[in-house]
Design a protein around this ligand. Structure first.
Ligand SMILES: NC(=O)c1ccc[n+]([C@@H]2O[C@H](COP(=O)([O-])OP(=O)(O)OC[C@H]3O[C@@H](n4cnc5c(N)ncnc54)[C@H](O)[C@@H]3O)[C@@H](O)[C@H]2O)c1
Length: 358
């Protein structure tokens, strides 16, 4: 029996609710497939842990996570504790400490979901956004000086390295080459940012020469937003910096129906460390505890995790179950215009996993 060790970090807000739902789906899958097992170890890290212990995760947290095959993560963020503490105390140390430099964010309009875009109800919107996940605008480079004085200064320096840009461009080209359309859009802002972003463009062109079968085009990030809205069918695989892709992928999820359906994997493509799978949304203070968080993103990211672990049949069964249940508006949570609860959607997915599901 193949066994996979999974670290579970639900963390904050609706992260706890959607990860509980995701774990139920994982249990149903193991029982249905019968040819693999997953062991789950739960870590109580997050904002409540910070209130009790003064830190978001244990000092030896990364050391303890290293032995796992993957991490199933909820969301981090608290109404009281500053985001700079929560994000930099848990999620970013894991992404950066494990060099999960490729953040992969697929977007599709799942069956039965309504895109806010006219004429889009299926294959016109089928994208994968590759987000550079280790440096760029989120490198943490910068500082504050003269605090509280009129001359106070704060800097946030975007850092682009040849190593970092080359490896994400190579990853994005490979991914584009593996998809039927072999089409890659490089997002940039090299008109206004003439150092790091110009290097980004140059390296994209260099790496592109290694992949003659991939068609490449280049978009300024501002114009990219209008292309995503007005001509979604012209896009397939997209690569962008840490900040640009962070923003564009929320737009992508919304165009596919809701932030509650957007999954992601923080991948270490070299497999040196565990990769981490999470919904793209945050802890959603406004709906925490109401039992109405949409668990679809967490199911989908669970399918990405299974694919990453080599459990392709189980991943397919899970995604087929998700696509079966989204067809029925009775399974839509309020973010999709319905009134289903997290529990109802979870039960429906588990039932679809157990059924023949072909
Ligand atoms: N990866 C992460 O852990 C992550 C990502 C984004 C934001 N955050 C943090 O989360 C906190 C809240 O941030 P925010 O409000 O900007 O973003 P958010 O993603 O938490 O919520 C934005 C809106 O989308 C809705 N929404 C999000 N996920 C949903 C779901 N599964 N089902 C139904 N509705 C859903 C929320 O109700 C809210 O109205 C902040 O502290 C922020 O820093 C964390």
């Amino acid at each position: 029996m193949r066994t996979h060790k999974i670290a579970v970090i639900p963390a904050d807000g609706i992260g706890k609710e959607v990860i509980a739902a995701g774990l139920k789906a994982m249990e149903a899958l193991q029982a249905r497939c019968g040819d693999f097992a997953m062991t789950f170890e739960h870590f109580p890290w997050g904002s409540d842990y910070y209130r009790a212990h003064g830190r978001m995760m244990d000092a030896d947290g990364l050391e303890r996570l290293k032995k796992f095959d993957a991490i199933y993560f909820g969301a981090v963020g608290d109404p009281v504790i500053p985001d700079s503490i929560t994000l930099w105390g848990l999620r970013l140390p894991i992404c950066q400490g494990f060099d999960q430099y490729a953040n992969v964010r697929p977007t599709r309009v799942l069956p039965g979901l309504t895109s806010p875009l006219r004429h889009v109800n299926g294959p016109e919107l089928d994208w994968v956004i590759v987000r550079e996940n280790s440096e760029g605008e989120y490198a943490g480079h910068g500082g504050r000086a003269h605090r509280g004085f009129p001359e106070e200064v704060g800097t946030e320096t975007a850092v682009f390295t040849r190593t970092g840009v080359t490896r994400i461009m190579r990853f994005a080209h490979k991914l584009a080459a593996s998809r039927p359309r072999k089409l890659l859009t490089i997002v940039t802002k090299s008109n206004a940012q003439r150092h790091g972003m110009v290097m980004w463009d140059e390296i994209a062109a260099e790496v592109g020469r290694e992949f003659p079968d991939v068609t490449v085009d280049k978009m300024l990030v501002d114009a990219m937003t209008q292309r995503m809205v007005l001509n979604p069918a012209s896009l397939d695989t997209i690569v962008a910096t840490n900040l640009h892709a962070d923003i564009l992928s929320d737009l992508a999820a919304a165009l596919a129906g809701s932030l509650g359906v957007g999954p992601t994997g923080n991948i270490d493509p070299e497999g040196r460390f565990p990769s981490m799978f999470e919904p793209i949304h945050g802890s959603a203070f406004d709906i925490t505890g109401k039992g109405i968080a949409n668990p679809v993103a967490t199911f989908w990211t669970g399918a990405m995790m299974l694919d990453h672990l080599g459990e392709h049949a189980a991943a397919k069964r899970l995604m087929t179950a998700v696509e079966l249940i989204t067809r029925d508006p009775a399974n839509h949570t309020p973010d999709l215009g319905g009134n289903a609860s997290t529990a109802k959607v979870t039960d429906a997915v588990c039932e679809a996993i157990r059924s023949s599901n072909e």
